[in-house]
Unconditional design. Structure first.
Length: 245
């Protein structure tokens, strides 16, 4: 890809994982957008315990409430702007690099994303965290375990005890089927949510999928089975998942 041989215009801050893995779903939204638009960029990988001090040192304004600091964040070199939060970053990228264009929002996309948060979100909050620590450095894994277990008041392993996972999938089933219908609204026109061209909702969807695939292949496959319409979106977005650094 041409973006590998020219000077970057964006520095992307991403979550550091072991063995070159990339599994932050919110960072994937921006990485997909950068790759789709062929914006030259490079990545700085930051471990969980270092996210807040790293971004704080850059004087990035926090707009995330109690969460304070999180990836993705970017440094847009031509304007010397530092920005955090995927929605704010996507707006900057679209306004600064309008071609090829990405529709950032739509009524249909808003419904699809809401269904994902309401129904898939609770499932992945059970299936992913206990496996996520296996993809982090020992230091980051210790931080992740300590902070999440304190927040949730239970061990990570307890999330997937017994039939907790299957119960979560069963509870989400009807909502995911409704989301599948929404995703297929314009399927006759193309593989994406709005038809022939990708939108930010497609990158929202694929970001979650690729993140899940990296951490727990079984949940990734189950998701595609429950929401069949995601299969075409994922396949269509594969070219924009090649560059990962």
């Amino acid at each position: 890809m041409a973006t590998d041989t020219i000077e970057p215009e964006v520095v992307l801050y991403d979550l550091a994982c072991i063995e070159g893995e990339r599994f932050s779903p919110v960072v994937w939204r921006i990485r997909l957008m950068l790759n789709y638009k062929q914006i030259p960029y490079r990545t700085i990988f930051v471990e969980f315990p270092d996210i807040e001090p790293t971004l704080k040192a850059l004087d990035i304004p926090s707009t995330l409430g109690e969460k304070k600091y999180s990836v993705p964040a970017i440094h847009h070199l031509p304007s010397n702007k530092y920005i955090m939060d995927s929605d704010a970053i996507s707006k900057l990228l679209e306004s600064t690099y309008p071609k090829p264009s990405i529709q950032l929002s739509s009524d249909l996309g808003t419904k699809i994303e809401a269904h994902g948060r309401a129904f898939l979100g609770p499932v992945l909050s059970i299936t992913v965290p206990p496996r996520e620590i296996d993809h982090l450095s020992p230091r980051a894994a210790e931080f992740f375990r300590r902070t999440r277990e304190a927040r949730w008041g239970r061990t990570l392993e307890s999330l997937i005890e017994g039939d907790n996972e299957e119960q979560a999938w069963a509870a989400a089933h009807e909502g995911l089927k409704e989301q599948d219908k929404l995703i297929k609204t314009h399927r006759a026109e193309g593989p994406f949510v709005l038809g022939a061209k990708p939108s930010y909702t497609d990158f929202f969807t694929v970001g979650v999928m690729e993140s899940t695939r990296m951490v727990h292949e079984k949940s990734f496959r189950r998701h595609m089975k429950e929401v069949e319409g995601t299969q075409a979106i994922y396949a269509a977005c594969l070219p924009w998942m090649v560059k990962r650094d």
